[in-house]
Design a protein around this ligand. Sequence first.
Ligand code: ADP
Length: 303
Amino acid sequence: PARFILVLTISLLVSRAALQRRRSEETLLSLNAMLDHRVHERTADLRLANEALRKSEARLSAQAEELARSNTDLAHFAYIASHDLQEPLRMIGIYVELLERKLRAETEPESRKYMGFILEGVRRMERLVLDLLAYSRIIHEQTPSTEVIPLSEAVRSALKNLEPVINETGSVIEVGDLPTVNGNRSQLIQVFQNLLGNALKYRSGATPHIVVSATRAGENSWTIAVNDNGIGIKPQYHQSIFAPFKRLHSHEYSGTGIGLAICKRIVERRGGRIWVESELGNGSTFSFTLPDVPEPNHTPTTV
Ligand code: ADP
């Protein structure tokens, strides 16, 4: 009987162990199934998310393409419009001027006054069309050519072009040490001419005092600043004055409102930025950044 009991106990133990193993196997299987199910669920979620991402990427790139195309069309349109407007405008100007001369002696003052207004309008429109053309030329430009330009030369050329107004106003212009940068000569002259021209134009009662200076903006670029003691600009206009045709003064000062937009375009095409710091009545500082020329030992050499 003792043997019988032993055998019985052993077989009981064996069957319990087998039962436990079966249970563990079952638990493992069900855990595996659950895991499998979760993995499937996650994979499906991921696939859906990927699909949505791909679709939105495709939509975005189609929109970017469309935007680029419509920008090019718009720039092209502005160019054609301004270019083709020049000719008829020139003709109107010439004939109104001839008519005005011919009728000067005969017509009464009122008609002469009207003729003067027409002529003034034509001249203003000519300036606008020319400026629009200059702006759209810069927008149109595919890849701006790059030369190594000592900025002091660009400032000198701009000052030469502004000589009459500098002499007339007795302005004092200080030019500090300026670096050599990568850029396009005529565009850099244009930037300085617009900024210096504005500093002279928007002068206060005091004799204009203008300072051009440069400081390092980081390892590879410079900040160039044009500071004046002119009428200044209210902070709420510090951004908008860089938009094409935005002017704060329409009659007291001549201009078309395109100069700063041209500067912005030129600077941004070079990867730089332009901004103003100013307060009304307290002068203005226009600053822009420009990339440095690579150091000679960084320039790739050809053997
Ligand atoms: P424009 O001089 O032909 O009006 P800009 O684009 O050069 O066009 O300038 C836009 C406006 O910004 C000007 O009409 C003027 O109101 C303001 N502005 C530009 N430069 C200065 C300055 N140095 N001082 C004060 N106001 C300025």
